[in-house]
Design a protein around this ligand. Structure first.
Ligand code: 13P
Ligand code: 13P
Ligand code: MG
Ligand code: MG
Length: 376
């Protein structure tokens, strides 16, 4: 063992992404520059002794704080640092008259970690490999289940992941932890393995609003590869307060799927929940970093930044959807958005009642119910 290597062998590193909508210019479009800078400066200043590195960016109206540190997952000081940064930002958002200032900060007092308080969280703790590439995904105007299909295709379908045929390590398959987010009293999870359980995994993952991939592990090394946020804002607030715009972390290469295998499914622009008022179906558009929102408060967007990390220090991000190929995808996805928007509120264009029951339509239906007559 070389001297330079032992440090990384014993010291685990944690990647934490904590994301919240704390206010936006002109509706639900994007945070102001001042707001972003406030959050960034707070993390830089107050996190000096706590974190090793950080990156702050936005996807639509959501600000994501990525930190690297050695505090482990669900670390109180790390979560508190981000919570305080969002509170500091909210003050600025209010001063600037931004829309939805503090939108995702649903609790008054901080207790332990930000889970169940509004912000979305995804974390990975691991021993760094000699080369440690990872991807940070952030989506806006959609929900955590938006990652279900891409993850299934990247980890269980050789049509999207040739590694399942070509790599002996990847061929061993993966362990999936899937959460039933409709159960609100506690975390309700199931563990399944692919390829053996892949039809059962599909049976759950088809329902993006209820069953959400929380984590994926390698069966070769037992390491955690993927973490997805699983917040359901309306379950916390009891009313519509925006969609649960999710974040995801995924380590790539070697024993894990290649970066390109993780990205391939985003060519589909599959239809997800979260377009306009979080109440419509729209295609998921892969966008460049720090993109805003426009058409019909959408379409649902996802951005992805690739990094490498060594001893907790990150490289600059590579903006993976900033490439001519994805320009063509974006055109195609715009056409898919156009097609579904042509049918307005009808049928599949709008979400089912189970998703709308936190909105005003409940009152309307209650009033109308009284006016129905049963014919004799
Ligand atoms: P390289 O040969 O460029 O390392 O690529 C390997 C790979 O992972 C391709 O998906
Ligand atoms: P956000 O969840 O991104 O704030 O969007 C809210 C909305 O309803 C837009 O129409
Ligand atoms: Mg918003
Ligand atoms: Mg948002």
């Amino acid at each position: 063992m070389k001297f330079v290597d032992w440090h990384y062998i014993i010291m685990k590193i944690t990647l934490s992404i904590i994301k919240a909508d704390i206010g936006s210019i002109g509706g639900h479009i994007k945070p102001s520059q001042k707001l972003l800078e406030t959050v960034k400066n707070y993390i830089k200043k107050k996190g000096k002794k706590l974190i090793i590195d950080h990156y702050v960016g936005h996807t639509g109206d959501d600000i994501a704080i990525l930190t690297t540190h050695r505090q482990g997952v669900l670390s109180q000081p790390i979560h508190k640092l981000c919570w305080q940064a969002f509170l500091e930002g909210t003050k600025v958002a209010k001063k600037q008259g931004l829309y939805g200032a503090g939108q995702d900060l649903l609790k008054e007092t901080f207790s332990g970690n930000v889970k169940g308080m509004g912000p979305a969280v995804a974390e990975l703790e691991f021993e760094e490999r000699p080369a440690e590439p990872f991807l940070m995904f952030a989506a806006d105007k959609t929900e955590p289940g938006a990652f279900n299909l891409p993850l299934y295709l990247s980890f269980a379908d050789p049509m999207y992941n040739p590694g399942l045929m070509l790599s002996p390590q990847i061929k061993k398959g993966f362990k999936w932890v899937i959460m039933d987010v409709a159960y609100t009293k506690a975390d309700k999870v199931i563990t399944l393995v692919s390829p053996e359980d892949s039809y059962d995994i599909a049976a759950l993952l088809r329902d993006n609003g209820r069953f959400v991939v929380e984590a994926i592990y390698s069966r070769e090394s037992e390491e955690r590869i993927v973490s997805v946020s699983t917040t359901r804002l309306h379950n916390i607030a009891g009313r519509y307060v925006g969609k649960d715009d999710p974040v995801m972390l995924a380590r790539t290469q070697r024993d894990f799927p290649a970066t390109g295998e993780i990205l391939a499914p985003y060519t589909i622009g599959h239809y997800v929940a979260g377009f306009m008022r979080g109440s419509h179906t729209g295609p998921l558009m892969p966008v460049k970093k720090n993109s805003s929102i426009s058409f019909f408060d959408g379409p649902p967007v996802v951005n992805c930044l690739a990094f490498c990390v060594r001893n907790g220090k990150m490289t600059e991000p590579a903006d993976v959807f900033d490439h001519p190929y994805w320009d063509w995808v974006r055109d195609k996805v715009s056409q898919k958005a156009e097609e579904i928007r042509k049918q307005g509120f009808s049928g599949a264009a709008m979400l089912p009642m189970s998703e709308l029951e936190y909105t005003g339509i409940v009152e309307t239906l209650k009033k109308l119910e009284k006016r129905f007559k049963i014919r004799k």
